[in-house]
Write a protein that binds this ligand. Structure first.
Ligand code: MRU
Length: 345
């Protein structure tokens, strides 16, 4: 279980009839809990990435559907939630799970059945991430350096994390681990969120520019790569944060094992290969501007690109299965060939 200042938090949870979430747009500078009291507001929070990371988006989507049922507008709510972020499979798994449970209940019990299903979905997701930690920890040798991209820690999930769960587990078992954290432009989930999590856990790490991953690999400074996933096609092709593909290509070039860690909801039986995975395009301003804290403590956003130039901002890329050494799942480490046989449908 992950803690902040001695208190256990989930990234997203239901309390006092509202959805609460750690505001990830303000970390690592300010720890604030955002509250959403309507499905529409929850959809807005998912889109603006108050809550982000595939499993956390899945839980937020599930709770958003609860709000849609409570508001008596399930179709409208579902449409709004589905339109927020197209790549993370977990979002659709969360929405569908709540919709199914509500559909099986009587009209009078619909909202409470929806809430029970969302709570169950979130708890199950957290438990799967805990198991990913258990399954992945033995892969990490004492004294290893692990490179990771984006944030696939507890902030990206309901709890524990995916790529970072094995790191946390191995660290708690007493292994000495060093983490190279890709900064992860444009939104810097590595430099801001992964680095913040690792600091909280007391795990030695360094943030590196995304462009430095190959440099460290070539020098023999990386023992393994672990990243998360937003959607895994049934042939093993994996969508994850933009830049993951470059890391995987470099890892293969230098003979470094490249693992993907994910819960079952991230595997999509309806995608036979990566070419079917929808890729989210985000506001180019995320590329042309950067947000941070200045020396006076103020949070500011500054332009970092030539003002006359156009930018493009694909949020994810697809790593072909042949570059993936293994998938760390709640039931063990599997290969692409195992996916159709072992993934629950
Ligand atoms: O755009 P984000 O920050 O939601 O993207 C997150 C990632 O790409 C993560 O690596 C992925 O969701 C796996 S999280 C456990």
């Amino acid at each position: 279980m992950m803690e902040y200042r001695g208190r256990h938090y989930r990234t997203v949870w239901w309390e006092d009839g509202a959805l609460k979430m750690i505001d990830q747009t303000l970390l690592p500078f300010t720890f604030t809990v955002a509250v959403s009291s309507s499905c529409r507001d929850t959809a807005r929070h998912i889109r603006r990435m108050t809550v982000r990371g595939a499993p956390a988006i899945g839980a937020a989507g599930a709770y958003g559907m609860v709000q849609a049922f409570m508001e008596g507008k399930p179709e409208e709510g579902e449409t709004a939630l589905r339109a927020t972020r197209p790549t993370a499979r977990d979002l659709f798994a969360g929405i569908d799970r709540v919709k199914k449970a509500a559909g099986e209940a009587s009209p009078r019990d619909r909202a409470s059945a929806a809430l029970a299903a969302a709570e169950e979905f979130a708890a199950h997701s957290a438990e799967e991430c805990r198991l990913i930690g258990e399954q992945g920890a033995p892969l990490i040798g004492d004294g290893s350096t692990v490179l990771t991209h984006c944030n696939a820690g507890w902030l990206a999930c309901v709890d524990w994390g995916t790529a970072l769960a094995p790191v946390y587990r191995a660290h708690r078992e007493g292994k000495r681990i060093f983490v190279l954290v890709d900064e992860t432009r444009p939104r810097c989930q590595g430099g801001k969120l992964t680095a913040w999590e690792l600091s909280g856990e007391g795990i030695p790490h360094a943030v590196i520019p995304d462009t430095a991953a190959g440099f460290y690999m070539r020098r023999g400074k990386v023992d393994m790569v672990i990243t998360g996933a937003d959607r895994i096609a049934f042939n093993g092709d994996t969508a994850n944060k933009i830049g993951t593909l470059q890391v995987a290509v470099c890892a293969q070039r230098f003979g470094i094992p490249f693992y993907i860690a994910a819960p079952w909801a991230t595997f999509d039986p309806e995608c036979t290969s990566g070419s079917e995975i929808p890729i989210e395009e985000r506001d180019p301003e995320e590329v042309t501007r950067m947000a941070g804290r200045d020396e006076t403590g103020r949070l500011v956003s500054v332009r970092v690109c030539n003002p006359d130039s156009r930018a493009e901002n694909p949020a994810f890329d697809v790593t072909p299965a042949e570059l993936v050494t293994g998938y760390i799942t709640p039931a063990g480490v599997i290969t692409a060939a195992d996916i159709p046989r072992v993934v629950p449908r």
